[in-house]
Design a protein around this ligand. Structure first.
Ligand SMILES: *[C@@H]1O[C@H](CO)[C@@H](O)[C@H](O)[C@H]1NC(C)=O
Ligand SMILES: *[C@@H]1O[C@H](CO)[C@@H](O)[C@H](O)[C@H]1NC(C)=O
Length: 421
C-alpha cells in the first residue's frame, strides 16, 4: 500500500505516470503474478513472432515499462546482435529501453564493471542472444565458477522477478545442470558424451553446467529441426551420475518458446508457445545394456508438447491445450510410419514434420499399430530407434489443420528404446 500511496503522491506532484513504475514496483508485481520466470526460445526466433516477443515484453513489465538487458556474450558480433534485438524490442514490441550487456570473452573487464552491474539492477528483464553457449559461461563466471558482479546483478534481478529470456545458445546456457556444447545424434550414440573434442559432430558438454536459472533439466535448442533426440538421450544417460547430472531434459524447437513461470516451486509450469514444440525427456527408469558392443538403452519416456500445452515441472504431469482433442478413437490412419533417416530434421521453409516427430505422431494417429521404429541413415553401426504408445499411460492429443504434416500433435510418455540394428 506504501507503493500505491507514493505513486498517487508522485502523480499529483509531478503528473508523470511513468515515474510510478520504478524497477522494484514492476518486479514486485511480476514476482507476484508469475514467480521467477523464463522464456526459453529454441533458436531462429523470427522478428515477426509477436506471440513470443509480446510475452517477453509483458513478463518484463509490459509495453512502455519493460527495460530489457540484452546479453551478447555468445555472439561473434555483439554490436550487431545488440542493435538488432534492441530495435525489435523497442520499435516493434514497445519495450521502454534496452541495455547492452556486452560481457565478452574478449574483454574480461566488462563482467566486473560495477557501473554496468548497477545499470543491470535497473532492468526488468533480460534477453540472451545466440551464438555459442560456452562463450557465455566462460565470460560470465570468474575463476572457480564464481558469479561475476554483472552475473550476480542479473541473478538478483531474476530472484526479484525479472524475466530471463533467450534464444538458441541464449537458452542452452541457462541450466544449473550439465550444459550441452555440441554434437549430432548418430555420433553421440556411437561415441558417447565427452567434455571436449576436436570433431564438431562429437557430443560434448560442460560438467559445471550453465548459468543456473533453470534447475533439474538439460536444455537443448534447434531441437527436432536438427534431430537432436539421440544426442539428448545419450547425454542424459552418460552424465546423470555426475554432481550436476540429471535424468531429465528439454529440447526446444525453432521459433518456439517454453514459457516457465513459478520456477523452482511446486507450482512450476512450462507452457509451449509458437509454431512447433518442446520435447521432455524422462530417463528416471532407463536401463543401459552394458553387454552390448554399441550403446543400447530402453525405458526412455518422451513427452512432446505443442502450442498451449503445459508441462508441470515439479510433478511432470501434463495439461493439454483446450483446443486439442484426444487421438484415441479419433485416429486418421490405420498404420504407423517408419523412417530410414530417423534423425533427419527439416529445413525452415518446409511444412513437413522432422522424421522423428513424423514417426512418433503417426503412432498416436494410427488405429491398428501401437509401435513403430526408424533407423539412422549413418551405418556402422546403424542405430534403430523403437517407439511405442503402450505402457506408462501414454496418450496423444491433436489440433487438426490441413493434413498430417500441419496437424499439431502432442503426446505424453511415449516409450523409446535404442540399439544397434
Ligand atoms: C562489445 O565488446 C566487443 C568485444 O570486446 C567490442 O569489440 C565492442 O566494441 C563492444 N561494444 C561496445 C558498444 O562497446
Ligand atoms: C533506470 O531506467 C530509467 C528508464 O530508462 C532511466 O530514466 C534511469 O536513469 C535509470 N536509472 C539508472 C540508475 O540507470
Amino acid at each position: 500500500m506504501h507503493v500505491h500511496l507514493g505513486c498517487t503522491l508522485l502523480l499529483v506532484l509531478l503528473v508523470n505516470e511513468v515515474l510510478c513504475r520504478t524497477t522494484s514496483s514492476i518486479l514486485q508485481s511480476q514476482l507476484g503474478a508469475q514467480g521467477r520466470s523464463l522464456v526459453l526460445v529454441g533458436g531462429a526466433l523470427s522478428d515477426n513472432n509477436a506471440a513470443v516477443y509480446n510475452t517477453i515484453v509483458q513478463m518484463a513489465g509490459g509495453k512502455g515499462q519493460a527495460r530489457i538487458g540484452i546479453v551478447t556474450s555468445a555472439s561473434l558480433d555483439p554490436n550487431t546482435q545488440y542493435q538488432g534485438y534492441s530495435d525489435v524490442f523497442i520499435n516493434r514490441y514497445g519495450a521502454a529501453a534496452t541495455l547492452h550487456i556486452n560481457v565478452s570473452i574478449w574483454d574480461s573487464s566488462v563482467a566486473i564493471d560495477d557501473h554496468l552491474a548497477n545499470q543491470v539492477r535497473n532492468m526488468t528483464g533480460f534477453f540472451f542472444g545466440g551464438g555459442d553457449q560456452s562463450r557465455t559461461v566462460q565470460a560470465m563466471y570468474l575463476a572457480g565458477h564464481k558469479d561475476s558482479p554483472v552475473l550476480s546483478a542479473i541473478r538478483d534481478q531474476f530472484m526479484a522477478g525479472a524475466v530471463i529470456a533467450g534464444s538458441s545458445a541464449g537458452s542452452a546456457c541457462q541450466p544449473s545442470s550439465v550444459m550441452v556444447t555440441g554434437g549430432v545424434s548418430w555420433d553421440a550414440l556411437k561415441d558417447g558424451a565427452q567434455t571436449s573434442s576436436k570433431h564438431t559432430d562429437d557430443l560434448t558438454y560442460n560438467p559445471d553446467g550453465g548459468l543456473g536459472f533453470l534447475e533439474g533439466y538439460v536444455i537443448d535448442t534447434h531441437f527436432a529441426n536438427r534431430g537432436r533426440e539421440g544426442r539428448m538421450i545419450r547425454l542424459l544417460s552418460d552424465t546423470y551420475t555426475l554432481s550436476r547430472g540429471t535424468r531429465r531434459g528439454v529440447g526446444i524447437d525453432e521459433n518456439t518458446a517454453l514459457v516457465v513461470t513459478h520456477a523452482s516451486t511446486s507450482n512450476g509450469r512450462g507452457q509451449v508457445l509458437g509454431e512447433a514444440g518442446v520435447t521432455f525427456f524422462d530417463l528416471t527408469s532407463s536401463y543401459v545394456d552394458q553387454s552390448q558392443r554399441y550403446f543400447s538403452i530402453r525405458n526412455v519416456y518422451l513427452t512432446y508438447l505443442t502450442h498451449g500445452d503445459v508441462y508441470h515441472l515439479h510433478d511432470h504431469d501434463v495439461t493439454f491445450a483446450q483446443d486439442k482433442t484426444p487421438l484415441l478413437g479419433n485416429e486418421n490412419y490405420d498404420h504407423a510410419l517408419t523412417s530410414t533417416d530417423i534423425f533427419y530434421g527439416k529445413s525452415s521453409s518446409s511444412s513437413r514434420k522432422p522424421e522423428f516427430l513424423r514417426v512418433a505422431a503417426s503412432i498416436f494417429d494410427a488405429r491398428l499399430d501401437s509401435s513403430s521404429y526408424g533407423t539412422t541413415y549413418e551405418k556402422n553401426p546403424t542405430f534403430r530407434v523403437e517407439m511405442s504408445k503402450t505402457g506408462q499411460s501414454a496418450v496423444g492429443y491433436v489440433k487438426r489443420a490441413h493434413d498430417f504434416h500441419t496437424d499439431l500433435h502432442s503426446y505424453k510418455n511415449m516409450y523409446v528404446s535404442i540399439h544397434a540394428a
